[in-house]
Ligand binder design. Structure first.
Ligand code: BJ8
Length: 424
């Protein structure tokens, strides 16, 4: 990695602690990623991004700030990035995916909080992540109780805006979310000093749709009988999409998809032809959480799709680009975002429909439905998921895990037993 110490020091980061993180990551990445065979050439870009993970993009964000722009840090796929970009800002995902930050989160949060929340709070308080130091404003949401309370703690550190996400999907809830987007526009306009127009919002709707289309194209390639990319690599692309520049993200994902399409035409896969096809559903896997994918793919199966926010929930459904006025554009945004099916909604039967549809589209042999430890929403919903899959005779394994390595061998044993059962 190039030398970014001055930049990190200017961000008031804890350089000593951060050095420890910088030493661990390349080792893990080498073992999990670089050890794979037949990787597409298009993954070189993503390998480079990881090798410079706390350098290149943070430096770009700081350049943006130097020219007067604002950076908004987000934690959920319900936050409409389009609004931020329409005001000349940059939105960047902040969800923490490393055990490294959990201990710092536990200093202020109950231990029985999900690791994603603990790591996100810890990354800020511990001063070991440049993204958390750079963001001028954090944008939270009211999806789960743990996050709602975490925002109150983070609000003492950074200006925080919380978007009220409805908990149901009736017509009045879509209307309520539409009003929330209008409030968010006002907050972003005041914070950036830029007025959002129908033109600027129209542009940013196209920008984010293009990113979604590129990721859709990449996932489409994973439907092929000879899978042209590993699940681990596809997951990495989605994880990086959360904080990369959206147009570069679209460009690189399209370039990679082109290569995958060529592989498909040659029937060239990364796994042997009879490899079991697995869907992973459930809670998101923020970078660098690669644990479950690594276990599955080093146990002789392929992950071909993720029904999660670091998967299909991130890019399915486009925003209508034809709305002619700001009012109609905001309505189109509300309608698109309310189609996302997170377990924070009740009822949430549309998520089960999604899982059943994806199982068919990606021709999966089995599903691993997973939730991060202490995520009550997804763990409770797993009961109905299991029930619906049993009715369709689709094998499912439910797993709960965290970011630590402690349960690695236990998970591997359970995954291998599940795969064995699928092979019988
Ligand atoms: S839309 S999944 S990104 S909320 S895992 S913090 S729910 S206790 S991350 Fe999520 Fe938005 Fe939903 Fe997606 Fe809480 Fe559960 Fe932790 Fe979660």
């Amino acid at each position: 990695m190039a030398d970014y110490r001055e930049m990190w020091s200017n961000l008031d980061m804890d350089l000593e602690k951060h050095d420890v993180l910088c030493q661990v990551l390349p080792e893990v990445f080498g073992e999990v990623y670089l050890s794979q065979q037949k990787r597409p050439r298009g993954m070189d870009f993503y390998d480079f991004v990881v090798s410079e993970i706390h350098g290149v993009r943070p430096a770009e964000l700081i350049e943006h700030q130097k020219s007067g722009g604002k950076v908004f840090g987000t934690f959920c796929v319900y936050v409409p990035d389009e609004i931020v970009f329409a005001a000349g800002g940059i939105a960047t995902g902040l969800c923490g995916g490393s055990q490294f930050w959990v201990a710092a989160g536990e200093k202020v949060l109950p231990p029985n909080t999900c690791p994603l929340i603990k790591a996100s709070v810890g990354a800020r308080l511990d001063k070991t992540c440049p993204f958390f130091r750079i963001a001028d404003m954090f944008v939270g949401e009211t999806t789960c109780d743990g996050k709602k309370k975490a925002w109150e703690i983070l609000a003492s550190e950074v200006p925080m805006h919380v978007i009220d996400i409805p908990q149901m999907k009736r017509a009045q809830d879509v209307n309520a979310f539409e009003r929330e987007i209008h409030s968010f526009i006002k907050v972003v306009e005041d914070f950036t000093g830029s007025k959002i127009s129908a033109d600027s919002l129209g542009e940013s709707i196209k920008l984010i749709n293009n990113k979604r289309k590129a990721l859709q194209r990449l996932y489409e390639a994973r439907k092929a009988a000879a899978v042209p990319i590993s699940g681990k690599d596809a997951l990495l692309v989605t994880q990086i999409a959360f904080y990369d520049d959206p147009s570069r993200c679209a460009q690189m994902a399209n370039q990679l998809s082109e290569e995958l399409e060529e592989r498909i035409s040659r029937k060239e896969g990364v796994f042997p032809e009879d490899t079991l096809r697995i869907m992973i559903s459930g809670t998101p896997m923020a970078i660098p959480n690669w644990k479950l994918h690594h276990i599955v793919e080093t146990s002789g199966a392929a992950v071909v799709v993720e029904e999660s926010c670091t998967g299909t929930r991130y890019f399915e459904n486009l925003v209508d680009e034809t709305a002619p006025t700001l009012e109609r554009q905001v309505r189109a945004l509300a309608e698109r975002y309310m189609k996302t099916n997170c377990a924070c909604f009740t009822p949430n039967s549309a998520r089960i429909d999604d899982i059943l549809r994806l199982a068919e589209e990606y021709k999966v042999d089995g599903i691993i439905d997973t939730n991060l430890q202490f995520c009550n929403l997804y763990s409770t919903e797993s009961h109905l998921v299991k029930q619906a899959l049993a009715e369709k005779n689709i094998p499912v394994l439910h797993l709960e895990t965290d970011y630590s390595e402690q349960d690695f061998e236990q998970l591997r044993t359970r995954v291998q037993a599940f795969l064995e059962m699928l092979r019988e």
